[in-house]
Ligand binder design. Structure first.
Ligand code: BG6
Length: 487
């Protein structure tokens, strides 16, 4: 079903995010017939481009970032024709007239502003939108990471936006929420009766969340200012934790869901004082060189003047949620660059059975595990015990009940931005972060960051292609547990 016709104004139209993510995502939705053909995408940025040049940029982005099987010449021609461009130096009052000409004043046409720009430009752009009367009460504004580097700076950004836009007009993207498999967490938990009764401290021993990446970080300029805690934990991983841990919301209404996520964030036990050393580990990758391969370490990727950086490229931590459901159930989180493989998964480790009748059997019963694989090889696996078939005695074996998305569904899995970009037009904020959530996440993360900054030690080294520093293994093994690694 096509969404309402729209004018999507993209500030930062020639930037990386637009080329790599936004245009390919819009293309897929267009190709599937979800655009009303009168919809327009209006690029805004400082470069002096003509409409035709911007259309070429759109075509190039499709050519480079959309799988060849989905590239259709006729569709690309029609898609490119909805792009137009306005060269606009945000600081220069004179340019705004061109945007006025490009925008249509029809209340039936949804007006959305996507600010794919650095945080410094968010304020000035919002002010101009208001001053130049582009603002409408039903207009939408989309903002992206980094939404601050600590609580204060994030409040400043939110205040700036709030001077012009009401909260119900603000769409804060955390692209993890747009991932199919992340949304599937909601279906898994709340469309099945099976899990909810055991989803608590009585039945669950602990939970692991891993977002491991095999790519490095060093060539992306901003990363050194950010580090894994701000780049991944503060947003993506805490959002995952919320979806796993929250109470069932009363409906799928955006605020019903976000209220529940907020409660989880506010119930997180603060990691302060000596707990920082006990519950967190930060690492930084070191290069490896052998006869066949050589991969640079984080320091070697940095420009000369940044060498010696103590920015963490890996974090492992133990989080606890102080409420009835989760008391005594640790959540172990880990994320890092240049790790052994690319994998994001959630492991729910259930408790052992209370009493075993299998003392004489071969193989002891192992606790059940539910493994939710977010990427790649998306799927859900339930590890359970069965009797090994055969005429012999009782032999117990752990086998997976395995749901692989690729094998079960033929369709391609849409990218996160496909869903999110159109949800903005639909006016559906469910998969976007509300201000109070974002600020609660910063409040939890800030003391950890501050303690690390004060600490005299550097991040622990780990070799490229491994699962992180030994400290991360010790973190969980001290509790008599181990990281799940089945590759
Ligand atoms: C981004 C981070 O938000 O998420 C990147 O800034 C990271 O550092 C990326 O690589 C990971 O996203 P995905 O979708 O590839 O898991």
């Amino acid at each position: 079903i096509p969404v309402q016709p729209f004018d999507y104004v993209v500030f930062g139209a020639t930037g990386d995010l637009t080329k790599r993510k936004l245009i390919p995502a819009l293309y897929h939705r267009f190709k599937d017939g979800q655009f009303d053909e009168s919809s327009r995408i209006i690029g805004v940025s400082r470069s002096k481009l003509s409409d035709a040049e911007f259309q070429t940029l759109a075509r190039d982005s499709v050519a480079e970032f959309v799988e060849p099987a989905y590239q259709d010449k006729a569709v690309i021609d029609r898609f490119a024709s909805i792009f137009s461009y306005v060269a606009n130096d945000v600081a220069d009052e004179a340019n705004w007239g061109d945007l006025r000409k490009a925008l249509r004043d029809d209340p039936k046409i949804v007006r959305a502003f996507y600010l794919a720009v650095g945080p410094d430009l968010i304020g000035p752009i919002c002010d101009y939108l208001s001053k130049k009367k582009f603002y409408r009460r039903d207009a939408r504004v989309v903002i992206e990471k980094p939404l601050g580097h600590d609580l204060r700076s994030s409040q400043e950004i939110n205040d700036t936006v709030a001077r012009i836009f009401k909260e119900d007009q603000v769409y804060r993207i955390d692209h993890y929420l747009g991932k199919e498999t992340v949304q599937n967490l909601l279906a898994l938990r709340f469309a099945n009766i099976l899990f909810e009764p055991v989803w608590n401290t009585t039945h669950i021993d602990h939970i692991q969340l891993t977002v491991a990446e095999s790519v490095g970080a060093g060539t992306r300029g901003y990363y050194d200012e950010s580090g894994a805690l701000r780049d991944m934990i503060q947003n993506h991983m805490l959002q995952l934790l919320c979806l796993v841990a929250m109470e069932p919301p009363a409906s799928d209404d955006a605020d019903a869901l976000r209220d529940e996520k907020l409660k989880v964030l506010r119930s997180l036990k603060s990691i302060i004082g000596e707990a920082v050393g006990r519950c967190t580990v930060r690492g930084q990758y070191r290069g490896v060189a052998s006869e066949t391969t050589s991969v640079k370490g984080y320091q070697d990727e940095l420009p000369e003047d940044k060498r010696g950086s103590r920015t963490e490229t890996f974090v492992a931590l133990k989080a606890e949620i102080e409420n009835w459901r989760w008391a005594g159930v640790p959540f172990y989180l880990r994320t890092g660059k240049r790790m052994a493989t690319r994998v994001s998964e959630i492991v729910i480790q259930f408790r052992s059975i209370p009493h075993s009748i299998f003392d004489h059997a071969e193989g002891a019963p192992r606790p059940n595990r539910l493994i939710i694989r977010l990427q790649p090889d998306e799927g859900v696996k339930l590890l359970m015990m069965i009797k090994d078939p055969g005429p012999g005695g009782m032999r117990l074996r752990e086998v997976p009940l395995n749901l692989s998305f690729a094998q079960t569904f033929e369709e391609r899995t849409p990218e996160a931005y496909e869903r999110l970009l159109l949800d903005v037009i639909r006016g559906n904020q469910t998969l976007f972060m509300r201000r109070d959530e974002l600020e609660a996440a910063w409040s939890w993360v800030d003391p950890i960051r501050e303690a690390w900054t004060r600490a005299s030690d550097a991040p622990q080294p780990y070799s490229v292609g491994t699962w992180g520093p030994t400290g991360a293994i010790a973190l969980i093994e001290r509790d008599g547990r181990t990281w799940h690694e089945d590759g």
